[in-house]
Structure formats: structure tokens, C-alpha cells
Design a protein around this ligand. Structure first.
Ligand code: HEC
Length: 488
């Protein structure tokens, strides 16, 4: 489906460029001589081609020869993208691996590729960009549906429905909270949300998840400030709550402030009693630190945890480590890496989807006080230069309910208990970024029963939510807000 996913497709693209001769498409002039095809430097072939394609045209990683940059196509932005990588989405940082002149050579090669490559056929900014939104009826195992585009958004991260049926969506890098009313995106973001100031570092996702309390209408918002890694540089994640009145964020209260190496994780979920669960990502730690002493294993640290708090931000008296003087009293469970999906099911069980390192993504059933193993045990493979383990089990650590190798880069989750798709009842939907897939998982007790791919090669799916209409809503990096509606 993806026309630029491999080397032979790239050759076809170049052939097309030759056939089109010198006519310029949207400012990109195709090459007129095959001899112009630039030669990739060794660093590119060795470190980048596997994910971004032989010529930067894209593969499991995105196209990196423009147009349609996510993180900026100027030299400085590209250098930062390469140095820092995007560990959450599967690109390792290269600051310790490539020297400045090697990075320069890679960028010079990509520039030459931009001059030599035409804009992909059918590329247009806006709805559908880089997403393969299926037309017509999609038949999955037990339900048939159509996919509808609702609104374009800039790198959305989280969404939640208000009791009146309006949908709240966060735009992560913009740092804005948007409202979708009667299927239309309101032009103005909510005014006065916790991130009033302009971004200090536009690479960091700033507005993360949003959730609405099940009974009292408070809106919970996680935001992020500061700089993303490299190790040592950290910022902060804040959990706030407030209300929206006449388009303004009001009654704002800060519930938690935590250090965080990146604007990620920070998913919010509620159980039936309205207690709040909050996920935090791990932080890079030095090579000399034993695995058992890293943040996710350290009960006093807030890294790599599921935290649990009362809806007003206080510590629940029955949290598992409240009597442990050394522990952070909010800790509900620990040993997590990148918990990007957090959902409570109709039996009040908490499910977490998390990303492993190059393989080893996991779905975990979260129980109080339990240790989920990172980085002591994992089913993934270590990135170069990061402390990691090759052990897959430990008597005192939990095993995942589902493990994915290679890694689809799991993201948001939603438990389906609505009526529009009766045969999807009691399923957990799990989105993925790299694999661009929506999974449906059913359970037999605490075990996963069935795993079905509902949509594949769609777009980087950031989050999934069930609407009050029972439709399934998806937010995507490039195609904004979509929804799945029953075919009939
Ligand atoms: C294991 C796969 C993988 C490898 C290896 C990899 N990347 Fe990436 N790269 C990704 C993914 C996935 C993204 C998307 C990150 C995001 O948007 O969250 C990305 C994003 C980028 C971006 C930003 C693109 C944009 O739209 O702004 C650049 C530039 C980039 N990579 C360059 C490189 C270069 C150069 C190398 C080699 C030194 C490299 N990458 C190696 C997977 C990879």
C-alpha cells in the first residue's frame, strides 16, 4: 500500500522523476541524470537506511526527505532529531554514536536526495497525509465499519469526552487543548490552559493527556515543560485539573509535579470510585548504575511507575507503599518503561500498554505493589549504549499478558463496553505508532484470548477512545481525528 516503503519502489520513483524530466513539482526539481543520484555516506547506510529507506523515502520510519516534516526540515532541526532520536517511537539517539561531521554528511546526502526526488504522487498536506484511510466498508473478524475523517489536528496526544458529548483533544507540541463540537473542530483552542507561555523547546510534547472524571465533571490534564533528553537534561510533568467555562480554563489546581526526561507517558485513567491512575516513563540512567537501582525499580523515584491518587490529589490510604518511609506514597506499581496506554475495564481492572526497547512491547494487567520488571527483565533487545538486561523472567516480577516482538510501538488504549459494535464488547483496543495498527484484544479471565488487527498501515495512531455514541475515535499523527462507525 505504501508506495515508498522499499528500495525497488524508490527506483520506480526515480524512474518516474526521469520520465517527468525537468518539470518542477511544487518546487522540487526532479533530477534529469541518473548519475545525479547521490551516494549515501557510510553512516547513513549503517544507521539510518534500515528504518528510513535507502534514500530517505521512508520505511518503518517516516520519509525524511520532505515535504511534511514533523520535527523540522532545516539543518538544525534535523541535527537535533538525529542526536536525540525519538526513543518513544523507536529511533535511538545518535549523539554518542555519530560525530558532528558524520551527521553533516548524512544531512548533505538527504538534501541531495530532496533535490533528486520528486514529491510523492498523491501527497497533499491535510487530511489523509501519509495515512491510508480505507474507503468503503472494512470487514474485520466480527464487525464491519467505515472510517470517517473528522478534523485535522497538530500532533494530537490525548482525548476525552465531556458529559455533554463534546470531545476534548490535546495538541502536544502546540500545547493546546481543542474542542470538537457536533463533529466540528472549534477554531480557537481553550484559553488559559496551564501552558500559557510559548514553547521553550518545541521538540518536547507539551500538552499530553486529558481525561474527564466519571462523576463530578472535573477535567484532568497532563502537561510537560523543559527540554527532552539527552540524559541529564530533564523537565517536568504536571497533572492539573480544572473546568472549561465560556472557552476558558478555570478553577485550575495543580495535583502533581514530577521530573520527567521527556514529554511522554502521563496517561490519566479513573476507576469506578473516581480514583486517578497516572503513568510515568523511565529515565535514562548511567551505565554504572545496577539495573536493580534504576528509576523504575526505585520506589522513591517517580520514574517508570503507575501512580494512584484521590481525585483531589491526596494519597489514598490504601496505596501499597504508604507505610514504607522510603517510597513515594503515590506508587501503585513499578518497573515500567514507557506506559503510553492506560485503561480501566468494566471489572475495574487496570491495563497498561507499554513500549519496550526494539521489541518487547507489552500489555500488562496492573496489580497493586507489583513490579513489572523494567529494566531487570524484558522481552526486548537493548539499544546500543543503554543499560539493559537480556533476562526475560524473575520470580518476583510480573510477566506481560501480551508481548510483541518486534515492537509495534504501542500507544493509547480503550476498553469497549458500548452498544454500537455489540460484538466488540469486552475488547481492549490498543493503538500503535510505528506499526500504524489498531489491535483488538479479548480476554479469558486474566489471559489474553484473541488478538485481531482491526486496521493496519493506517497512520501513527496516538490514542483511541470510545465515544458516547459507541463509535471508536482515533487520533493520529498525520490524519488528525478519525472515527469508526458501523457499516450498516
Ligand atoms: C529503528 C528505526 C530508526 C532508525 C535506525 C533511525 N530512525 Fe530516524 N526516525 C525513526 C522514527 C520512528 C521517527 C519518527 C519519530 C517521531 O516522529 O516520533 C524518526 C524520525 C526521524 C527524523 C525526523 C523526521 C521529521 O519528520 O521531522 C529524522 C530527521 C530522522 N529520523 C533521521 C534519521 C537518521 C539520519 C538516522 C540515522 C543516523 C535515523 N533517523 C535512524 C526511526 C528510525
Amino acid at each position: 500500500m505504501k508506495p515508498f516503503g522499499n528500495l525497488s519502489a524508490q527506483s520506480v520513483t526515480l524512474a518516474l522523476a526521469l520520465a517527468l524530466s525537468a518539470s518542477s513539482i511544487s518546487g522540487y526539481s526532479p533530477s534529469t541524470h541518473a548519475a545525479d543520484a547521490p551516494t549515501p555516506p557510510k553512516a547513513y547506510v549503517q544507521h539510518c537506511a534500515a528504518c528510513h529507506g535507502a534514500g530517505g523515502e521512508g520505511g518503518t520510519g517516516p520519509r525524511i526527505i520532505g515535504p511534511g516534516w514533523q520535527h523540522g526540515g532545516d539543518d538544525e532541526s534535523m541535527t537535533t532529531s538525529i542526536q536525540r532520536g525519538f526513543p518513544q517511537s523507536g529511533m535511538p539517539p545518535f549523539d554518542a554514536i555519530l560525530k558532528a561531521d558524520e551527521i553533516k554528511a548524512v544531512i548533505a546526502f538527504l538534501r541531495a536526495q530532496m533535490r533528486a526526488s520528486p514529491v510523492p504522487v498523491g501527497w497533499a498536506p491535510g487530511i489523509g497525509d501519509k495515512a491510508n484511510i480505507p474507503e468503503g466498508v472494512v470487514k474485520s473478524a466480527v464487525e464491519s465499519f467505515r472510517v470517517e475523517s473528522i478534523a485535522m489536528l497538530k500532533l494530537p496526544y490525548g482525548m476525552a469526552f465531556l458529559p455533554d458529548g463534546r470531545l476534548l483533544v490535546t495538541e502536544s507540541r502546540e500545547g493546546t487543548l481543542r474542542i470538537v463540537e457536533n463533529g466540528k473542530l472549534l477554531p480557537e483552542p481553550v484559553i488559559g490552559t496551564p501552558l500559557g507561555e510559548p514553547p521553550r523547546d518545541h521538540f518536547r510534547r507539551r500538552m499530553l493527556d486529558v481525561a474527564v472524571h466519571p462523576s463530578n465533571g472535573w477535567i484532568y490534564l497532563s502537561t510537560s515543560e523543559g527540554a527532552d533528553g539527552p540524559p541529564g537534561i530533564t523537565g517536568q510533568i504536571t497533572l492539573s485539573r480544572g473546568h472549561i467555562r465560556d472557552g476558558h480554563w478555570v478553577d485550575s489546581e495543580v495535583l502533581l509535579e514530577l521530573p520527567s526526561p521527556e514529554g511522554s507517558g502521563a496517561r490519566i485513567a479513573f476507576d469506578k470510585q473516581g480514583r486517578v491512575y497516572f503513568s510515568t516513563v523511565h529515565a535514562p540512567s548511567g551505565e554504572d548504575i545496577p539495573l536493580e537501582k534504576t528509576g523504575p525499580q526505585d520506589l522513591s523515584s517517580s520514574y517508570g511507575k503507575i501512580l494512584r491518587l484521590m481525585d483531589d490529589g491526596s494519597v489514598p490510604a490504601d496505596n501499597p507503599f504508604v507505610d514504607n518511609k522510603e517510597a513515594n506514597p503515590y506508587v501503585w506499581s513499578y518497573g515500567l518503561r514507557s506506559p503510553l496506554g492506560l485503561s480501566v475495564d468494566n471489572q475495574d481492572r487496570l491495563w497498561v500498554a507499554e513500549q519496550g526497547p526494539r521489541g518487547g512491547d507489552e500489555l500488562n494487567l496492573i496489580l497493586p505493589g507489583r513490579n513489572y520488571g523494567w529494566p531487570v527483565i524484558t522481552w526486548g533487545h537493548p539499544y546500543d549504549s543503554k543499560p539493559n538486561s537480556s533476562n526475560t523472567n524473575h520470580p518476583k516480577m510480573e510477566q506481560p499478558v501480551v508481548s510483541w516482538v518486534p515492537s509495534p510501538a504501542l500507544s493509547g488504549t480503550a476498553f469497549y463496553d458500548a452498544d454500537a459494535f455489540p460484538r466488540w464488547k469486552n475488547s481492549l483496543f490498543v493503538a500503535s505508532l510505528k506499526q500504524k495498527t489498531l489491535y483488538r484484544i479479548t480476554f479469558d479471565g486474566d489471559m489474553a484470548n484473541l488478538q485481531e488487527i482491526i486496521l493496519s498501515n493506517l497512520d501513527r495512531i496516538r490514542d483511541v477512545e470510545v465515544g458516547p455514541d459507541g463509535y471508536l475515535y482515533l487520533i493520529n499523527d498525520n490524519s488528525g481525528l478519525l472515527r469508526l462507525v458501523p457499516a450498516s
